[in-house]
Structures are given as structure tokens and as C-alpha cells.
Design a protein around this ligand. Structure first.
Ligand code: TRP
Length: 325
């Protein structure tokens, strides 16, 4: 059975974009693969953050993942900082990573622009820690978004350099891209993100979900109620694709292209369906939030399971390095 590994930043509550773009896929992969999912809190240190918020951020992502269907009976769910072998392997891999390769990473270049006051070495080394995350478990498949493909290419290169210099330990890892259509922010921006304030988190109250969807950006060409719209240029219609059945989508397409219905009608229907879809999730999340001990046990057990594998890999790695024992 192949091993799947993926990581998510503990940025607080999961939003609709994370769910549709990634987590849904994580849940489905559990049927076919040995899955290891990691909350990458050490990666999060590369950005400035409020110390007092961090544990709540981790907590919220953990219970969201569990509520959405990451199953600790079948998969390993754990916190990166509880398995120190991640940083240990990162240090080893640093020595087979080209400085120039890291300089070329577009995410590093982007972040150096947006956080120009804090361009630290951790930010530069971020992709090497990511490679260590994956290689520690010899994972072959890595479900990620398009924006992480460059990091995975680097991880493959690093694995090859290691194998070449010190002897074969690591397999090839490949991105597993989902076919999910791109979900824009509710304001129409290219990305749904909590920090941009254009997302719906999964634990948001009904009233707020309705209000946000009512204001969501639609096909910009449809200015007046009487203008026909193009559903294929409308983020709200993309969302209908996930939450509504064929009949409803047909009704929207027909109504939108002929100006038979207004955006308000379309959005009201979407809000109904989103809320119906998320109903069971709200219940599971509330149950987990009320049972801190259970969640803590799950994360500890996950870290134990992960560590057992990580220790074995590091023993093998140290053996190859020729370190004195
Ligand atoms: N860099 C990834 C992101 O920002 C998160 C991540 C860290 C990751 N380590 C990983 C993803 C290992 C896949 C595999 O989304």
C-alpha cells in the first residue's frame, strides 16, 4: 500500500476553500492509501504570529480535520513539533540542497515581498523542512494544490541528491493534484483565504454564512438584475457545483443566462444547500470541541505512530552518513 503524506498550516479554523480544495480529498484518499496528515506548526514559525493564538489555531484545525472525516483509526494525524525527527532530517537535507534552488522558489520570492520586514532563514529553508516531512515517511504521493508543485519538484531533487551522495534511502515522491475547480474568494480575488477576509469558515453561524454568500462576487458582467449572466464566469456557480444537485444547477444555469432569476435567488439556494451539507459537520465539530481529552489523545497517539516510523528512517539515514556511534 502506498503512503500518502500531506501537511496543513495551523492557521485556525478551516474554511470552505481548504475543505473543497484539499481536505475533502484527504478524506477520500484514506480508502486507498496509508495516509499521514500533519499540522505543520514548525513551518508556521516562518511568519510573524501572535504567540497567545497559536495553540488555539492548532486546536481548531485539528478538530476541523477530525470533524470533516480524517479518521484516526485508519490514518495518522499529528503535530509536526511533536516529532523532532522532522527538523533533524531537515538539517541533513540542507546539505544536499542548492542555495540557488531555494532562491528560485516562487513562494519564497512572494513571501519576501509580502513580509519584507521578516525575511528569515526559516522562510528560506521552508521547502527543505517540507521535503523532510515527506521523506521521513518515504511517502510516494503528496496531495497538494498547484502552488506546491515547485516545492515537490525540489523535494524530489533533494531525495535524488541524498541517494546519490549517501546511498539509496528515499523513494520518488509525486504530487497528487485534485481536479477540483478553482475556488475564488467571496470577493472575487484569486484565492479564498482567512487573512484576506473573503472566506467562510466551517464553524461559522448560519446567519453569517447567509450574509457572506449574499454579498459574494458573481459574474462581473452581470451588473443589473435584467442583464443575463455567464455561470461559467461565476464563483457562486462553481460553489453550486459542490453543494447542489443537477436539477438545481440546471435551474441556475437557465435562469442566469436568460436573466430569469436574479443573483439573490441563486445565492439563497446556494446558502440553503451549503448549510444542509455542513449540518452533520457542525454536530461532529461541537462534540469534539466538548471533548478536549479525546482530541489530545488522538494527537498524542498520532505522534507516537509517526515517531516510530520517523525514528527508523533517521537510524537508516545516520547509518548512511557514516556518523560515529
Ligand atoms: N507548504 C504546504 C502549504 O503551504 C504545507 C506543507 C508543509 C506540506 N509540509 C508539507 C504539504 C508536506 C505537503 C507535504 O500548503
Amino acid at each position: 500500500m502506498k503512503t500518502v503524506f500531506s501537511g496543513i498550516q495551523p492557521s485556525g479554523e478551516v474554511h470552505l476553500g481548504n475543505y473543497l480544495g484539499a481536505i475533502r480529498n484527504w478524506v477520500a484518499l484514506q480508502d486507498q492509501y496509508r495516509c499521514i496528515y500533519c499540522l505543520v506548526d514548525y513551518h508556521a514559525l516562518t511568519q510573524t504570529y501572535d504567540v497567545k493564538d497559536m495553540s488555539a489555531r492548532v486546536w481548531d484545525v485539528a478538530i476541523d480535520l477530525l470533524a470533516l472525516g480524517v479518521d484516526p483509526e485508519r490514518s495518522t494525524l499529528f503535530l509536526q513539533s511533536m516529532v523532532p525527527e522532522h527538523t533533524e532530517l531537515c538539517w541533513v537535507l540542507n546539505n544536499v540542497t542548492g542555495f540557488g534552488d531555494l532562491e528560485r522558489m516562487t513562494q519564497f520570492k512572494d513571501k519576501s515581498g509580502t513580509q519584507a520586514d521578516n525575511i528569515n532563514v526559516g522562510l528560506f529553508d521552508y521547502p527543505v523542512l517540507q521535503a523532510a516531512d515527506i521523506l521521513l515517511y518515504k511517502a510516494e504521493l503528496v496531495p497538494v494544490g498547484q502552488d506546491q508543485v515547485q516545492h515537490l519538484e525540489l523535494a524530489r531533487r533533494i531525495a535524488r541528491s541524498f541517494n546519490h551522495r549517501w546511498g539509496r534511502v528515499f523513494p520518488e515522491c509525486n504530487p497528487l493534484l485534485s481536479s477540483t475547480p478553482k475556488i475564488l474568494g467571496l470577493d472575487g480575488q484569486a484565492k479564498m483565504s482567512k487573512s484576506l477576509g473573503n472566506s467562510i469558515t466551517l464553524s461559522e453561524p448560519e446567519k453569517s454564512v447567509r450574509k457572506k454568500l449574499a454579498r459574494a462576487a458573481t459574474d462581473p458582467a452581470r451588473v443589473e438584475r435584467t442583464d443575463p449572466g455567464d455561470p461559467d464566469k461565476c464563483n457562486v456557480f462553481t460553489l453550486h457545483g459542490f453543494f447542489s444537485d443537477d436539477d438545481t444547477r440546471g435551474w441556475v444555469r437557465q435562469g442566469c443566462t436568460t436573466a430569469g432569476i436574479g443573483c439573490v435567488d441563486c445565492k439563497t439556494k446556494l446558502a440553503d444547500n451549503v448549510l444542509a451539507h455542513l449540518g452533520p459537520y457542525y454536530e461532529r465539530r461541537a462534540a469534539l470541541a466538548a471533548d478536549r481529552d479525546r482530541v489530545r489523545d488522538i494527537l498524542h497517539a498520532g505522534a507516537e505512530k509517526a515517531r516510530a516510523v520517523a525514528r527508523r528512517t533517521m537510524d537508516e539515514v545516520r547509518g548512511k552518513l557514516g556518523l560515529w556511534r
